[in-house]
Design a protein around this ligand. Sequence first.
Ligand code: S3P
Length: 178
Amino acid sequence: MKRVFLIGYMGTGKTTLGKIISKQMNLTFIDLDIYIENRYHKTISKIFEEVGEEGFRKIERTSLEEVSEFENIIIATGGGTPCFFDNMEFMNNKGTTIYLMTNNNVLFERLRIASQNRPIIKGKTDDELREFIKINVDKRHPFYSKSNLCFDANKLDNRSQINEAGKKLVELITKENR
Ligand code: S3P
């Protein structure tokens, strides 16, 4: 039985890589944010608007427990998931956790074009976003680094880089589960 949690900041490629490796490994893919949106019939932004971050984190934890019952699955967590409650310990008990590591400049370039659906960075200027990423990544790093494995996710600029990274990630998981 395989259960893999992809961990990392927003924009590290959890969803992009999760989709490809689940196909290659013949496992089901679940994106925790999408699971929440379907389960609660609301976008993540709407949930933040209605119940604030605190309410969202409770929903996120409940949803994490639900998806962690499934087997033979790759789960892309949200960027904040590991940093609340004992979520990191919970995931480490349920399966293999992999920290997708990406440097802050790369994150900035990816997130400035994809901030609209992410309530915690929406509306920030470039300078504010750069500063926010720096502070927030430092704060979250201690949680992310409790993951079982680390993976360099800096090179995901085009299809061939994504495929290459996917191949390496599958190798890493296969080796770990041998
Ligand atoms: C969040 C990351 C998002 C989503 C929510 C909060 C965070 O997920 O869960 O907007 O606190 O970093 P992605 O990492 O998939 O963007």
